[in-house]
Design a protein. Sequence first.
Lengths: 782, 538
Amino acid sequence: MIAESLAGRRIAITGSTGFLGTALVERLLHSVPSCTLVLIVRPGRRGAQRRVDRDILRNDAFDRLRTSLGDDAFEEMAATRITAITGDVSEEGLGLDEDGRAVLATCDIVIHSAAIVSFDSPLDQAVEVNLLGPVRITETLAELETTPHLVAVSTCYVAGSRRGAAPEEPVNESPFFVDVNWRLEVESARRIRHETEGTSRSPESLAGFRKEAHDELGAAGIPALAAKTEQLRSRWVDDRMAGAGRSRAASLGFPDAYAYTKALGEMALTESAGDVPVSIVRPSIIESALAEPSPGWIRGFRMAEPVIISYARGLLKEFPGIPEGTIDVIPVDFVVAAICAVAARGPIEGADIVQVASGSVNPLHYGRLVDLVRAWFTDNPIYDEHGQPISVPEWSFPGRGRVKRQLERAGTTLDLSRKVLDKLPIRGRQAEIAVKLEEQRDLVERAMGYVDLYGAYAECEAVYLLDRLIALWDTLDAGDHETFCFDPRTMDWNHYVPEIHLPSVVKAGRVPMKPPVRGVQDRATRLRNRVLSPERHIAAFDLENTLIASNVVASFAWLGSRHLSRGDRIRFVLKTLAEGPTLLALDRRDRSDFLRFFYRRYEGAPKTRISEDSAEHFSDLILSRSFPAGIRRVREHRALGHRTVLITGALDFVVEPLRPLFDDIISSELGTSQLSDGTDAYDGRMKAAPPTGEARYQALVDYADLHDLDLRESVAYADSASDLPMLEAVGFPVAVNPETRLANIAKKRGWLVEDFAKSPGMSRRLLPLAPPVSTAAARRSA
Amino acid sequence: MSNGRHLAPRPGFVLDVDKNSPPIVFHHGEGFRLEKLPAGRSRVIYPAEPLEGLPDPDGAIRHALLNPIGDSDPLPALLRPNMKLTIAFDDISLPLPPMRRPDIRQRVIEAVLDIAAEAGVDDVHLIAALALHRRMTEDELRHAVGDRVYDAFAPKGLLYNHDAEDPDGMVVLGETPHGEAVQFNKRAAESDLVIYVNINLVAMDGGHKSTATGLTGYTSLRHNHNVHTMLNSTSFMDRDNSALHASNWRMGKVLRDAGVKIFQIETTINNDTFGREGPLSMLQKREWEWSGRDRTSFLAMQQGLKVMPTNLKRKAFSTWLAPYEMTSVQAGEVEAVHEVTTANVYRQHLVPVEGQTDILTMGLPYICPYNVNSIMNPILVMCLGLGYFFNLYRGRPLVREGGVVIISHPTPWEFNPVHHPSYIDFFEEVLTDTTDPGEIEKKYEKRFAEDEWYIHLYRNSYAYHGVHPFYMWYWGAHALSHVGRVIIVGGDTRAVRRLGFQPASTLADALEMAGDVVGPQPTITHLKNPPLLMADVT
């Protein structure tokens, strides 16, 4: 009956790239052979048609159709039955062009399933899509002077956070409804966005973002810092807007901005419908498919999944909820079938609202869900990084407040420790502690998010009545019952949860369900093998703290003290020590400014003497503080035929003895001037900007261009966040003894981290002074 | 000896350990262990007391130069104006530890230079004959030749380190009948006379080995610094039974035939390593003859060393300069000179020992030929124990075939990256793959020997040549093939295992472990060295 009613009809669909939309498109193509579809999709970068091909038709939902028809016939069928038009429900007039409007005007049915379902989306975005989306559809249809049947997908949670029965009635007819004017809500959401954007651009705020960016990246160069600052600003605005959405929703008795904007969206739709006949379908929490297109089919990582996976990983030990509370879940294929049935039945008089839920007729209690999940993960544990199965914790059903307080306390402690660690000059192994801390902090943050966002749902005690749904079900014949099943009374949770839903969740979450096979290399070894693959082109190295534990100041101290008398040495040391803090601060602010300033003190240094001394300096300072494993790595790259290049802000005469190690050295150079005796001396000015920060990145890019090599196939080694531009430029970045900031970044991005250390056993000299030149040589130079 | 210098020094001897024997001092790197050996089946080989030094060393040197042995004219007769003269001398690896000033090399070189000056020779080069060892620093050269010689020659570039990798500084002079290429320092080859100044610390040193090894490079050394040669040098301290020396002697003949004229000066020193007084003097004595003061200062030193960080200990020990005295000097034709020298070395070192032992124990000191002013890394521990100490025998090895060697040394996982860069890579890359000398030689030697980076560091920094750690490993090849197990007491367990040996925390544990190999109630012999000795095993 449904298939027949919809046969030959032209159905427009919004939100077809989403979870529900994809399933809907598939079902209509599969079970209603002669209908045609108009998919209104945002163009993205590729255009509407490409998006339909890539983002919808390639989804595994269409596997059964592809298999039964064969690839060619499937493509042909899709081409004839689907028309893609560019549109966006958050734009005036749905963002349709003339052609698009013409196509829409020919549709018999419009199914509106586009929504921002993320529970922490910024308020104004939720308002634009969830609240104004339906209004824009009715307005556009009015302009086109057509009146197709509009089936709008909403949510059961428009009923708000309340106890007891929630019937299938208009939002504003509920006795619990707080009357608000949706137009004012729209206006104020936009105003808040406006104000927040303004606040975020105030000099004080911008200074704050810049400081934060600098704290995170260090002296990474202006472009990198600018990009980070803007990212932080826009994230801050979004966070504020999400917060605004949560507060506004809570103030009106809704669990979150999604439910709140959907509720007002329903009101606005009813008000603006005019002659367009409207049906509203309200699903509860949509989860993986029971049977169609295939058992367990799911798209994206849905609401309950992060919670379930976090629990199975042992991260989430407690989650608020009451065991006898209902968790109202409905498989996606039930919702799709109900939508089809409503569309097939056509418009009816009066408010047409159908709820698709399970709680009132076949409830899945929270306690039972937890038992099923726990039993399943006990039988099928997730494995940790050491290959040990993780045992799932016992659930204690605490109140939300207690869990939140615990998490907040943990968060504050972690924040504090992180701040302390950030200030310490640690790197390598020690910095890994900081990384672990950061990870834990992330976990706590995520857990807080779950508690905040989903806690309200888990605690929700509303019971969604399904009278109209059941009535609709009863009008259908046996064939429809078979093909378009949406009767929640038929759900067997004991089967669905462990047999269908959980396997699909772990599959979608890509969690390790098997212990790692023995003999398989660990991650670092795998990464290292890729770094040391013969296919790589360039291996670029930073010097300080990547290959040697030394720096330009130490080199200067060594070279500068080489020919000093005893008394002068002491004065030299005191002077250098006194300057220490200034130099350190300057170095933190901007590496190239620091070098420019610091290298001035080579002014007047005789060129030949420096060149003679640099050989001793090489042995006494550079080699004795070198990282043998680092040097071995350079040699490995060379042996593999990679071009090895040293890119350093150190001076050319300092790194000259390292030349046999590299194909090329890019370093700082000082200008020279002639002394009165005709010999050359350094003038303390750099010939060009030193290769640090983004200049180092540029040097690497130029180098690759010059030699026609591919940076995506190249490796870069560096130790500091200020080298980010260079590290990000290559396909295989390696963080060496990273300081905390880089350690964090490397961990998040899955970069190889190497600990190169000084050879153990070498005595540590407090001051990198040159050993005094023996008497004869001193006499000679005097 | 406690009676002073009036009595004749006592020869070395073998102590049979009984219940009344005091604990024996074992060297243990930059420290010591007191060990009680099982009574009734243990013996300790004590070195001879230091021989008297020559009363007038400078007079003796001059006398030797003027009265050469073998087929050689007195030195003045060999010198003339406008001739090219090259004086080569032993490097930092001799003597051990370095001796107090004036170093014997300084005395000899000053005497030679005086005679050369009298003869009007003005083209003189002085070369540290270090083969593939690290270059000597200015301070080290000054210590060896004295400030006067250094200041007169070094600034003009006439005193320098041998560079076996200088493409313009080396020549191949021919080949031995065994097909061994003879490569030589070009300046020395082109000189009218090469004078070689030796300090013959042990019986291995000197003879043709001075020039044929000291002034050559990898091209020649690979013919006798290899596993095959070392397995056939039993021992390399005993020239007549040493394939290493046979090869050097063949090469010496090629040098002679190629017209290289060598005037050999060899000197021997006594074994007064720790002095008759000073903080270490008790180490020069036998334990039961220690005075109360010796005991107190030993205990105090032990306490002090316990709390000192390794770096400081290393520094403290490296300041120790031995009060060695010259016991003989002879000059002239290489082989004739070396015969006399060897007799003089043996006079100080040889201790007759009857029969082999099941277990040989040895305490390794803080120094070996290749870590002067540096770190004794694990590879050097292996070389000193299984190379040098094991081979300090004539006749038969001290330990029976299939026996056990127990070494006492901290064996830290530490390296000097300036001096031993290729050692680090050898330890990380080669020993993780195999510890078998033959396999190591076959698989890795060439790559390390020809590596440009190591060559760069050898020539321009202060690094041992890339191939040097291989030679260290080959040095122990004879011992590795002879013994059934090697155990290191008190070493870094990871480092010890990397070497292919077994770690033990105490000597008692080590003896227990050795029992698995040699059976119950094994005989034990401790080689109490240094002061230096050489076992004459019958």
